[in-house]
Design a protein around this ligand. Structure first.
Ligand SMILES: NC(=O)N[C@@H](CC(=O)O)C(=O)O
Ligand SMILES: [Zn+2]
Ligand SMILES: [Zn+2]
Length: 357
């Protein structure tokens, strides 16, 4: 007689889930949109578009114009017709509080806090959070979310400790001053981040990327330095990856999908001072499925990819579905990126899950 644990269940070969959304996406601008927008629209119902352009998207007018350029780059497919970019503004030391009501009326759902110098195109970011307090007050009042790149910029703090230090030094005091401001800790990478969000109240959520669920920091150094695995916050050690997998697969709650797909021209990543950012939009949902499958948690995929995000943002869940099949395929070596080349994560590698058109 066999016990339940000895019975070999047949592996799931196909999955139908509510169409997911991407709550943290970099599309860039200009010619790049011809590649990045169709990739996102093929997978997601909505995507929250990051504002770190050069110059950054700091006004409602700039956000509305950017949304128009994104919509103009949509393919003429069914997915293209229904894809919805949700816009964000880039918080600066002097973004006026009066801008918040205007932004909300135009459909802007959140502001992004980049500590100045923390990451790609963050020079115009916030130098001292206290300088933004009147604007944060307006956001709390209007129900506009604050998204944070949660790393301190103090060069004396070890790169691998900057997320935990941000929680202690910035986030805890900020939450005390604005207890009803909804905050998303973007792209959490540590067990401290996961634990903080799990223990917080309903005003705090977090996005987790596919690459932080699949890889630890060894990936950056396997067989030589691998610039396409370099992003910020940087990949951490295995104990942290396991904590993120645990958080993502925990079912209904406040952890949700945010790819942080962040394209850069290949020659600027394969460089002495290579840019931070991994491009995953070409195979995002497939990589999340792989991570959940590896954890034996495919049954929790839909909550993370398609329910927790809209629930946190107070938006309706998508009405249509997507189908994923267990079928190996290989992403191309590169995509066009204006005049340059874009090398996606896992290019030339075999992936076990495929989105069915
Ligand atoms: N994640 C990254 O490594 N890079 C992002 C910026 C960001 O999200 O911090 C980018 O815009 O390239
Ligand atoms: Zn960031
Ligand atoms: Zn990002």
């Amino acid at each position: 007689m066999s016990t339940a644990s000895e019975i070999q269940l047949p592996a799931v070969t196909s999955l139908s889930i509510t169409r997911p959304d991407d709550w943290h996406l970099h599309l860039r601008d200009g010619e790049a949109l011809r590649t990045t927008v169709p990739h996102a629209a093929a997978q997601f119902g909505r995507a929250l578009i990051m504002p770190n352009l050069r110059p950054p998207v700091t006004t409602t007018e700039l956000a509305v114009a950017y949304r128009e350029r994104i919509l103009a780059a949509l393919p003429e497919s069914a997915a293209g017709a229904s894809f919805q970019p949700l816009m964000t503004l880039y918080l600066t030391d002097n973004l006026p509080p009066e801008e918040i009501a205007r932004a909300k009326a135009a459909g802007v759902v959140a502001l992004k806090l980049y500590p100045a110098g923390a990451t790609t195109n963050s020079d115009a970011g916030v130098t001292d959070i206290r300088k933004t307090y009147r604007t944060l007050e307006a956001m709390q009042r209007e129900g506009v979310l604050l998204l944070v790149h949660g790393e301190v910029t103090d060069p004396a703090i070890d790169l691998f400790d900057r997320e935990a230090a941000f929680i202690d030094q910035q986030l805890i005091p900020l939450r005390r001053d604005f207890p009803e401001l909804k905050i998303v800790m973007e792209h959490i990478t540590t067990k401290e981040g996961a634990q903080y969000v799990a223990e917080a109240d309903r005003f705090v959520g977090a996005t987790i990327t596919a690459h932080h669920l699949l890889f630890n920091r060894n990936a950056i150094f396997t067989g030589g330095i691998r610039p396409h695995y370099y992003c910020l916050p940087v990949l951490k050690r295995e104990t942290h990856r396991l904590a993120l997998v645990q958080a993502a697969t925990s079912g209904p709650g406040r952890f949700f999908l945010g790819t942080d797909s962040a394209p850069h021209a290949a020659h600027l990543k394969e460089h002495a001072t290579g840019c931070a950012g991994c491009y995953t939009a070409h195979a995002a949902i497939e990589m999340y499925a792989e991570a959940f499958d590896n954890a034996g948690a495919l049954d929790q995929l839909e909550a993370f990819t398609s329910f927790n995000g809209p629930d946190f943002y107070n938006l309706p869940r998508n009405a249509d579905k997507i189908v994923l099949r267990r079928e190996s395929w290989t992403p191309p070596a590169s995509f066009a990126f204006g005049e340059a080349e874009l090398k996606p994560l896992r290019s030339g590698e075999s992936l076990p899950w495929k989105l069915v058109d």
